[in-house]
Design a protein around this ligand. Structure first.
Ligand code: ADP
Ligand code: NI
Length: 221
């Protein structure tokens, strides 16, 4: 078996385990999101000189232990990721590279700088963020808002500034605020060449959507 055959086999094993771990869900964070992030991360990595194997595995595992998906709301990446990689023969260094990416991938607040990431991690983070933008990003935001019982919009609740992850997590505001507090900021946080390029069209879609939404809300359009 060649090295690339072995890597493909490990990727498929992990993909199967992730499919079992994440069922289809209503929050916009199910296996369909993970598979889009996986495919896009590989596409982004093709233009970057980095380890595509680590990019693939980290993309598949990027939402494991996410605070939005765990019952306690706390993050617990390390143990779960180690369990999902158990028996694959990855080195400790490779496991740590993946855990480092998963720990830093999430947006932590509009007033919080992104943690510096490895080259592989930047491909995964840009890919995850592209899926929060454009048509799919809009659909995911409202799916998540509905699941959390949030109103679509409330003109009386203005967007906030969050200087810490704990404040950002506590926010229960309406979904249009999420566009101002996160989604519309993502374009300028892209770090890879392909991510920056693809973010342009998706950002324009978000802007057009919010602008029409507010006009329709006020019966102006
Ligand atoms: P991240 O790890 O950066 O949060 P994820 O892919 O795990 O990225 O999930 C982000 C997506 O979750 C958002 O793009 C959005 O669709 C949804 N989401 C999270 N918080 C909210 C919110 N307050 N309102 C609406 N959608 C939200
Ligand atoms: Ni994600």
């Amino acid at each position: 078996m060649t090295d690339s055959d072995a890597k493909l086999q490990i990727t498929e094993t992990v993909m199967q385990r992730v499919r079992e771990r994440f069922a289809v869900d209503g929050s916009g964070h199910g296996i369909d999101h993970i598979m889009r992030v996986y495919r896009m991360a590989i596409r982004i990595a093709e233009e970057e000189s980095c380890d595509a194997f680590i990019v693939a595995l980290a993309a598949l595992l990027h939402d494991v232990g996410d605070h939005k998906l765990t019952e306690s709301g706390n993050e617990n990446h390390r143990n779960e990721i180690a369990a999902l990689l158990d028996g694959t023969g990855l080195s400790g260094k490779q496991v740590n590279q993946i855990i480092d990416i998963v720990e830093k991938v999430s947006f932590k607040g509009n007033g919080v700088e992104d943690a510096p990431l490895s080259h592989e991690g930047r491909c995964v983070r840009d890919s995850d963020r592209l899926d929060a933008m454009g048509s799919i990003g809009i659909a995911r935001a409202f799916a998540y808002g509905a699941l959390k019982g949030r109103p679509m919009f409330d003109a009386g609740q203005k967007p906030g500034m969050y200087d810490s992850f704990s404040d950002y997590k506590k926010n229960t505001s309406h979904t249009i605020n999420h566009f101002y507090e996160k989604l519309l900021l993502l374009k300028d946080r892209m770090e890879t060449a392909a991510g920056k390029r693809l973010a342009e069209g998706r950002h324009a879609m978000l802007e057009a959507f919010v602008s029409d939404f507010l006009l329709e809300w006020d019966a102006e359009k």
